[in-house]
Design a protein around this ligand. Structure first.
Ligand code: UGA
Length: 432
């Protein structure tokens, strides 16, 4: 099939490369010409395991093309995926849809024959209706169909999630179009992905419902971890104990820092705005948002406590600062609050992250980036394991200890508390 993908962020670029790999002809469009130039030179503008190889493989075989020329891409495609960002609006907690509507109105000009326009961007329920109204002003009904096909891939696991999704959801009010989209996804359905179709609004809401539910699971286990710390119970036993009940499910029950990233925080906020708009109080999701905000502060307070409330001139190492491993993404990472908070109170911080130095921290004083774990941990009072990168999972603390014994705050429970204590380390973790 001939496909046009608009927006070359995580969702757009991964979907484009994976659709091309399934044998389709894919045009990826972005109005950022620098990004297009990079991609045409074989470079991927962000870090995602395996993506550069996949992009280059399909680029070389001419199935994947990059351009800033929307007209060229739209007029040569049958299916157009809108994959632009929908960040939190600057004025409120709602999703900023300006990119989506801008793209929709630009596409309109180039609709020369029947086109299926698909929103893959996460958009509030009724956005598809608005896109349809917008295009209808210039093009007759029957020349296009607007549908929703939310994406559920995770950063860091994006290619695998695209290739082996649990489910594919198409939201469309037109059966013929649903069938066409189903045939695009046929290779994935044959490998075991469930296919589910609903109306357009249904698919839009499913995306938010999924993210808000996962965020709820995480906040739920995080709050229980607080209780475990006070009652001498191991949170991992609780996760196992409840997760083995199939009605609950074991995934997304890992306690840790506040959840972050470009999706859960923004989508939980946006869906409560939609709820308010439709006079429906999504009180559970609202309290999840509050609980997550509190968690950032709570864990920072815990750091203070571990250092006996004396932060001034204390040397702290952060291992990992991204919101999760296998990504260079810093959006809504709890380290963005913790590090400045501790610096303000006089701490001297070194950090190491396998995805490199962070521009978000470039203006902070008394903060330095180190190129490896060993340099970051030299002469520190406290080591904080903030992100669960593979290389932090089997550290030789005895070797790291050589010059000075430090405390360890493992925010991802990478080590056994019992073993660490037996070995004589001053070890603190989450919910145990
Ligand atoms: C999330 C969803 O998992 C994807 O299904 C969805 O497609 C995506 O948002 C999106 O809407 O585009 P992502 O933000 O990439 O994906 O990352 P996750 O792996 O879900 O992690 C989000 C946050 O939850 C991270 O801060 C992570 O550390 C935290 N988390 C996750 C936990 O604290 N505990 C867990 O058990 C799982």
């Amino acid at each position: 099939m001939k496909i046009c993908i608009i927006g070359t962020g995580y969702v757009g670029l991964v979907s484009g490369a994976c659709f091309a790999d399934l044998g389709n002809l894919v045009w990826c469009v972005d109005n950022n010409e620098e990004k297009i130039e990079l991609l045409n030179n074989g470079e991927v503008p962000f870090f995602e395991p395996g993506l550069e190889e996949l992009v280059n493989k399909n680029f070389s075989s001419n199935r994947l093309k990059f351009t800033s020329n929307l007209k060229l891409a739209v007029s040569n495609s049958d299916i157009i995926f809108i994959c632009v960002g929908t960040p939190t609006s600057k004025k409120s907690h709602s999703a900023d849809l300006s990119n989506v509507f801008q793209v929709a109105s630009k596409i309109t000009k180039h609709i020369n024959k029947f086109k299926i326009i698909v929103t893959k961007s996460t958009v509030p329920v009724t956005t598809g209706d608005k896109i349809e109204q917008l295009i209808s002003k210039k093009k007759r009904k029957g020349l296009f169909e607007v549908i929703s096909n939310p994406e559920f891939l995770r950063e860091g696991e994006a290619i695998r999630d695209f290739r082996f999704p649990d489910r594919i959801i198409i939201g469309s009010n037109n059966k013929k179009v649903t069938k066409k989209l189903r045939s695009l996804y046929d290779p994935l359905i044959k490998k075991g992905a469930e296919f589910f179709s609903t109306n357009r609004r249904g698919a839009e809401l499913i995306k938010y419902a999924a993210n808000a539910f996962l965020a709820t699971k995480i906040s739920y286990i995080n709050e229980l971890a607080n209780l475990c710390e006070k009652t001498g119970v191991n949170i991992e036993d609780v996760s196992l104990g409840i997760g083995s009940d199939k009605r609950i499910g074991s995934r997304f029950l890992r306690a840790g820092p506040a959840y972050g990233g470009s999706c859960f925080p923004k989508d939980t906020r946006a869906v409560t705005v939609t709820g308010d708009l439709f006079k429906t109080d999504l009180s559970i999701i609202k309290s999840v948002i509050k609980s997550n905000e509190k968690r950032r502060i709570l864990l920072t307070e815990r750091v203070k406590k571990i250092l006996s409330n004396k932060i001034k001139n204390k040397k702290i190492a952060f291992l990992g600062v991204t919101f999760k491993p296998n990504t260079d993404d810093m959006r809504e990472s709890s380290s963005l609050l913790m590090i400045p908070f501790l610096l303000k109170r006089g701490a001297i911080i070194s950090y190491y992250d396998p995805s490199g130095e962070k521009k978000e921290f470039s203006k902070l004083i008394n903060l330095s980036f180190c190129h490896n774990v060993y340099d970051a941990c030299k002469n520190v009072d406290l080591v904080i394991i903030h992100t669960e990168w593979e290389e932090f999972k089997a550290l030789d603390f005895k070797k790291l200890y050589k010059k000075k014994k430090f405390k360890i705050y493992d925010m991802r429970n990478l080590y056994s508390a019992e073993v660490m204590k037996k070995k004589g380390f001053k070890y603190y973790s989450i919910g145990r």
